[in-house]
Write a protein that binds this ligand. Structure first.
Ligand SMILES: C[S@@+](CC[C@H](N)C(=O)[O-])C[C@H]1O[C@@H](n2cnc3c(N)ncnc32)[C@H](O)[C@@H]1O
Length: 289
C-alpha cells in the first residue's frame, strides 16, 4: 500500500465511521482489506482505493464494515451487568412504576451478545416486571453484525464465552453445531442500522444507554460530540454505561460518574450547572456601568 493510499483510507475511515487510526496501522488495514479486495476480484488495496475514488458507494461501505472491530461476548466484563441488576433496574422499578415501561439502547450492539445478555437479565427478574413494556433497541454501523444479531445463532465457542451454563440451557436451543436464542428473548430486541456519527435523535429518549467499547476507536472531539448528543437522548434520571477503557472524565460535563460503580454514569443537569453563570451576568453588567 502506498503512503497516499494509506492517508486516503485513514481520512475516509475517520469521516465515515469515526475510526481514528494512528500513522502506523498499515498492517491492520492490510489484514482487513486484502481479503476484501480479493473477494471483490481486485488485485490489492490500491485497486480498492481507485474504486472508492471512482465513487463506488458499495466498496466504501464494504471497506468501512471490514475495518470495524466486532469483538463481543455474553456478559462481557460482568461488572456492567451486575450494575444493571443491583443498581439500575431497582431504581427503574421504583421511578417507572407508574408508566411500567423501560427503554434500553445498546448503541453498538455488534452481533447481539450484549443486548441479549440484558434481555436475559430482565427475563430473570420474573414477576417484578410482569405487565411492563420492555424495549431494547440494538443498533450498529455494520449491517453484517446486525444480521447475525437478528438471527441470534451462535457457535459452541461463542456460547462458551461468558454465558452461564444454566442460561444456555434455559434460553437457547441447540441445532447441530449451533445454538439459537429462544424466540421470546429474541423478540425483546429490536434492531436498527445506525452510525453514531449521524443524528440519532429519531430513536427518542432512553432510560438506559449501553455504549460500550466503541468510543475507544474515536478521537477526543468525536467522543465529546457523541457524549453531547447521548446526553439529549438519555432521560434526566437515566443511566449511561461505558466500556472498561472509556470514561467521560476530563472530556465532558454532560455525564457524571455514579459513585462506587465503575463504568456507570448519570446525566448532569446542565441547566442547573449553567444557572450560576446566568445569575452572575447582571453583576458584570452593573460593574460595566
Ligand atoms: C468492539 S464492538 C463492541 C460490542 C459491544 N458493545 C461490547 O462491548 O461487547 C464495537 C462495535 O461498534 C460498531 N461501530 C464502530 N463504529 C461505529 C459507529 N460509528 N457507529 C455505530 N457503531 C459503530 C462496530 O461495528 C462494532 O460492532
Amino acid at each position: 500500500m502506498t503512503p497516499p493510499d494509506y492517508e486516503y483510507l485513514r481520512k475516509l475511515l475517520k469521516d465515515q465511521s469515526g475510526l481514528d487510526l494512528s500513522s502506523d496501522k498499515q498492517y491492520l488495514i492490510e489484514s482487513r482489506l486484502l481479503p476484501l479486495a480479493r473477494k471483490c476480484g481486485l488485485s490489492g488495496i490500491s485497486d480498492l482505493v481507485q474504486k472508492m475514488k471512482g465513487g463506488s458507494a458499495f466498496v466504501v461501505a464494504q471497506v468501512v464494515e471490514a475495518m470495524t472491530t466486532n469483538e463481543t461476548f455474553f456478559f462481557r466484563d460482568k461488572v456492567p451487568f451486575d450494575h444493571f441488576g443491583d443498581t439500575i433496574m431497582p431504581e427503574i422499578l421504583k421511578t417507572r412504576a407508574g408508566r411500567k415501561g423501560v427503554r434500553i439502547w445498546c448503541a453498538a450492539g455488534s452481533t447481539g451478545q450484549e443486548p441479549y445478555s440484558l434481555a436475559m437479565c430482565l427475563k430473570e427478574m420474573g414477576a417484578q416486571l410482569s405487565g411492563w413494556r420492555i424495549e431494547i433497541i440494538a443498533t450498529d454501523l455494520s449491517h453484517e453484525v446486525l444480521e447475525k444479531s437478528r438471527a441470534g445463532i451462535y457457535s459452541q465457542f461463542e456460547v462458551q464465552r461468558g454465558l452461564p451454563i444454566q442460561m444456555l440451557v434455559e434460553y437457547f436451543k441447540q441445532n447441530g453445531e449451533f445454538w439459537q436464542i429462544n424466540p421470546e428473548i429474541r423478540a425483546m430486541v429490536q434492531h436498527r442500522q445506525l452510525n453514531l456519527l449521524h443524528d440519532f435523535s429519531q430513536l427518542g429518549t432512553f432510560d438506559v444507554v449501553f455504549c460500550r467499547n466503541v468510543l475507544i476507536y474515536f478521537d477526543q472531539p468525536t467522543k465529546i460530540n457523541v457524549f453531547n448528543r447521548l446526553h439529549r437522548t438519555t432521560e434526566p434520571d437515566g443511566f449511561l454505561v461505558l466500556g472498561a477503557a472509556e470514561t467521560v472524565v476530563g472530556l465532558t460535563e454532560t455525564f457524571k460518574p455514579y459513585p462506587d460503580r465503575r463504568g456507570l454514569y448519570r446525566p448532569n443537569d446542565l441547566r442547573a450547572a449553567k444557572a450560576p453563570v446566568a445569575a452572575a451576568a447582571p453583576r458584570f453588567a452593573a460593574a460595566a456601568l
